[in-house]
Design a protein around this ligand. Sequence first.
Ligand code: ATP
Ligand code: MG
Length: 601
Amino acid sequence: MRLSQSLFVTLREEPAEAEIPSHKLLVRAGYIRRIGRGIYAYLPLMWRVLQKVSQIVREEMNATGAQETLLPQLQPADIWQESGRWDTYTKAEGIMFSLRDRLDGELGLGPTHEEVITTIAKDMIRSYRQLPQHLYQIQTKFRDEIRPRFGLMRGREFIMKDGYSFHASEECLKKTYADMDQAYRNMLRRCGLQFRAVEADSGAIGGSGSQEFMILADAGEDEILYTEDEKYAANTEKAASLPADPVESPFTIFEKRETPGTATIESLCNSLDCSPTCVVKNVLYQVVYDNGKTVLALVSIRGDQDVNEVKLQNELTKVAPNYGGNTIISLTVPDAEAQQKWAAKPLPLGYISPNLGNDYLQTNKDIAPEFLRLVDQTAVSLKNFVTGADETDYHVLGANWGTEFQLPQLQVDIRLAKAGDRAVHDPSQVLQTARGIEAGHIFQLGTKYSEAMGATFTDENGKEQPLVMGCYGVGVSRLAQAAVEQSYDDNGIIWPVAIAPYHAVVVVPNIKDAEQMAAAEKLYTELNAAGVETILDDRNERAGVKFKDTELIGIPFRVVTGKSLKDGKVEVVKRKEGDRLDLALEDVVSTLKAWVDTATQ
Ligand code: ATP
Ligand code: MG
C-alpha cells in the first residue's frame, strides 16, 4: 500500500467520544470511525487487523477438527419461541434487535446462534454415528447493548467467532471443551496477548462448566481474582473464597436495645463496640420474574460480607418455577419509589430482622404474599448475633437461630469474594485482584437447548436422547482493540507483530530526492515479495510528520531511506523496543523477514 494513494487520515486531537486509550488511539490513527451509537466502520487498516485475528482463530479452530460455516443473521422468531428466549431477548432484556418483514413475519438480528444451530442439528443429526460435530463461524453479531462504549469493546454490531458442538455424552463434550480451552490459549498467545483463563459464571443452569479468557488491562470491565500459586483464577462474579473467621459475640443474653442512628453496619458496630462479624444484616431485593410476578427476597448475611448479585440471581432463578416463572427480568435493591408498589406500610429500613413480617407486603395478585427468605452460609453458623428489631432505632443483641429467629430454609452461598480473602484450595494463599477484558467464553451447555427444541439422536441402544451441547465464543473485534489497550505508549499504538495491519513501513523522508525514492521503491517491492507486508510512506509531507504517523499507527518495523543511503545503508527502527540500527541495503529484506518469522511463529 502506498500511503500517498490511500484514505489515510490521522488526528492530532484526542476524539471527544473516546474514554480509554485504545479507543482514542484507534480513532486518532484512522483505524475506525463512529457512525452511530455502538456502530463503527472498520477502515482498511482495521480490517487487516481483524482479518489477521480471524485467520489465527480460524487456524486454531480448524486444527481441532471444527468445521467453518456461515449461518443466517436474520433469524425467524419461531425458533426463538421454541427455545423460550424470544420474549426475554426482545422485550425483557431487550438485547435482540427485532423487526417485521413485509408479510408481517417477526424476525430478529442474531445476537448469538444457539437457536439456528440447534434447528440444523435437529434436522440433520439422527444417530450417535454422526457425533460428535462442531461447527463454527466468524460473523457480525448484533446486540442492542444498554451501554455500548469504548469503541469496539462493547459495540452494538461486532465480529464474533461462535462455535457449537454436539455430543452423545457429557464425557465427549468435556473432551471438546478441553480442546477449546487449549485452542483459545493458543489463539491468544499467537495474537501476542497477556491473558488469564478464569472460572466464569454459567448462570442458573448450573452443573456445567464455563471459562472466560481475560486479556489483562486496567481498563477491563471485569475483575479477576487469582492466587499467586497460579492454581486459582475466577471472575469475581463466580469466585469463591474463605470468609474471615468471626469474632465471638460479646452479647450472651438476648435483649432488645435502643440504638439510635445506627442504620449502617459501621455505625451500629461503633455504637455497640462489636465486630461486624457478630451482626446478621438483612438486605431486601426486589425480583421481577418473566411472568410479571414481583417477589421480595430478604437476604440475611454476616455483617462484614456483601452479596454477590450474580450468585443471588442464580439462586433466585432456581426457584422461579415456584412463582410460575422461568427467568428473572430485573433484580434490584428497591428505592423508596419502588417500595410504594408493594409495601403495605413504611419499612424499618436499616433495622430489618430476618423475621420481617409478611404484613409489610400488599395483597396483590402480582406480588408474592410472603418474603422469600434466604440466608448466606456466613450467617448460618453465627451465635448470639446482633440484628434488626424491625423497629427504627432498635436492634436485638444475643439472638440465635432456632430461638428468636427461624433459620430460613434456603441456605445458600451468595457472598462476594474479595481480594485479600483466603483461597479455598489453600488458605495460605490470598486472593489477588486484576482487571481484564473478556475476549472469549467457553461453555458446557448440556441439553438446555436440545431439550427445549426437541433436538435428539438415537443412541447405541436405539434410545432417543437429547443432544449434549457446548458453545464457544471469541470477540474478534473486541480482542483486536484489547490488544491496543495492552500495548501502546505516548506516541501511539504498538501492535504485536502477528496482528499488525502491516509488518513494516518504508518511509521516504524527502520524496523529491530521486535516490531516496528509488531505494524505497526497491525495498517496498522486495519486502512485499518476501512476505514482509509493507507500506510505502511516499506522501508529500515533512519527515517529522511521517515519523509521527508511523509511530501512531503502530507498525512494528520502520525503514527510513535517509542520510545513511550514501553509505549504502538505511535506518531501521523497532516500534516496540525503540531500537535503531543502520542496516546495509542488501540485508534489509532478510533481516526483517527473520524478525517477522520469529514473532509470528
Ligand atoms: P459481556 O459480558 O462482555 O457482555 P457476553 O458474556 O455477553 O459479554 P458472550 O455471549 O459470551 O458475551 O459472547 C462471546 C464473546 O463476544 C465475548 O467473550 C466478547 O469477547 C464478545 N462480545 C460480547 N458482546 C460484545 C459487544 N457488545 N461488543 C464486542 N464484543 C462483544
Ligand atoms: Mg460471556
